[in-house]
Unconditional design. Structure first.
Length: 93
């Protein structure tokens, strides 16, 4: 068998440099009281568990009240639904 087939393949992988977001849907935000919802409030409510680099807001569900959401990333559908309900979104870097 040739030497190239006997030695293990090793190489570079970008996985360690990727950013992973905790997904949070709009329908889950109804159980968090207050006018300003940040990642710490989401952790206390049990929506975000474990180690994540940030929180991403997804547009699954509806939001019925005007709130200020502080997240790291947001989908286009979620952004449109929050602004239609009279809320605002603040993006953390």
């Amino acid at each position: 068998m040739p030497l190239i087939r006997r030695v293990p393949r090793r190489g570079f992988n970008n996985a360690r440099f990727s950013t992973t977001y905790a997904p949070v849907n709009l329908r889950d935000l109804a159980r968090i009281p207050g006018d300003r919802i940040d990642p710490q409030a989401m952790r206390e409510a049990g929506l975000v568990k474990g180690h994540w680099d940030g929180v991403k807001l997804l547009g699954d569900g509806e939001i019925t009240r005007a709130v200020t959401l502080v997240v790291h990333a947001v989908s286009a559908a979620a952004h449109a639904k929050v602004e239609a309900a009279g809320g605002k979104i603040e993006i953390l870097s």
